[in-house]
Design a protein. Structure first.
Length: 294
């Protein structure tokens, strides 16, 4: 394993306990705040791969913290700081494993839905359109093709499963479950997608789609988890899209496409990933970071 890789963290500090270990992130309870540590674990089709993508966690942290600060006036979020030592000096003993991959965030109560926004007809949305002519129950014009730009971005939520696969649902189903909260999630998701898309396009990048998660701090709905990273979004270079290269994505889709080409049932245990696929995935993550950030 690459010596720069961190697959799992363990903090041996009195009063700091593991709050949750997700597919990619280890979350610790700091009392007033949470500490989110992004590891180099890679999850695809809701299965954690055996091999890491070296320093992926640092890239996710860098990009998320950039977007949280840039978009905080559009939609509030949970970001506090990446300077964990200024806020919690006792973390000094764990500096080596935390540096560059950690964020201090507000504690929030999770709203258990993934708020997906699609600007282009790709992935599962395209497959649904092929079968039914709709996305999330909403009809689309006939004659669209893979990679078509949607006239207006679409909000297509899914349930957020603790185990197994998430389930795509209609906005009406979401509203039946959570009431008027759904309207706020819809509004916030589209607003932040629009602002992020405008900025990314100025850097030559198309954000084809993304997933956003929300939670409550007291009675306020805020964005949590990550934001517009290569793990949560589909990025395409505008120059590639203009030439018709819609499958040349700069994100996790590259490795999903590789896995989909194998005879694998998308259940544990995962197949081994060749070193060249890992290297090309890492390069895509690095390239999108260099293009996006000032």
């Amino acid at each position: 394993m690459n010596p720069n890789s961190v697959m799992q963290t363990s903090l041996n500090i009195p009063g700091v306990t593991l709050f949750k270990r997700g597919k990619v992130r280890d979350v610790y309870d700091l009392g007033e705040h949470l500490l989110i540590v992004s590891t180099d674990r890679l999850s695809a089709f809701d299965v954690i791969m055996k091999e890491p993508i070296p320093e992926k966690g640092k890239i996710l942290t860098t990009i998320s913290s950039f977007w949280f600060q840039k978009l905080k006036d559009v939609v509030p979020n949970h970001f506090v700081s990446t300077d964990f030592l200024s806020h919690y000096p006792q973390l000094e003993t764990e500096k080596e494993q935390l540096q560059g991959r950690s964020m201090i965030v507000k504690k929030a109560k999770l709203i258990p839905y993934e708020c997906i926004v699609r600007g282009y007809l790709l992935g599962s949305a395209y497959r649904d359109y092929q079968k039914t002519g709709t996305i999330a129950g909403y009809p689309l014009p006939k004659g669209l093709h893979k990679g078509s730009r949607l006239e207006t971005p679409m909000f297509t939520p899914s349930t957020k499963a603790e185990e197994g696969h998430d389930e795509n649902i209609s906005f009406d189903s979401m509203k039946d479950s959570v009431g008027d909260i759904a309207n706020t999630l819809h509004k916030y998701s589209l607003e932040v997608f629009q602002k992020a898309s405008e900025y990314a396009l100025s850097k030559g990048i198309i954000i084809a789609d993304t997933k956003i998660e929300f939670g409550f701090v007291d009675d306020q709905i805020i964005i949590i988890d990550e934001l517009f990273t290569p793990d949560s979004s589909r990025f395409i270079l505008k120059e590639d899209y203009d030439q018709g290269f819609i499958d040349k994505s700069m994100d996790k889709e590259y490795i999903r496409s590789y896995l989909a080409s194998l005879e694998w049932d998308q259940k544990p245990p995962p197949p081994s990933i060749p070193s060249d696929v890992i290297a090309k995935t890492r390069q895509r993550y690095n390239d999108i970071t260099n293009l996006l950030l000032p």
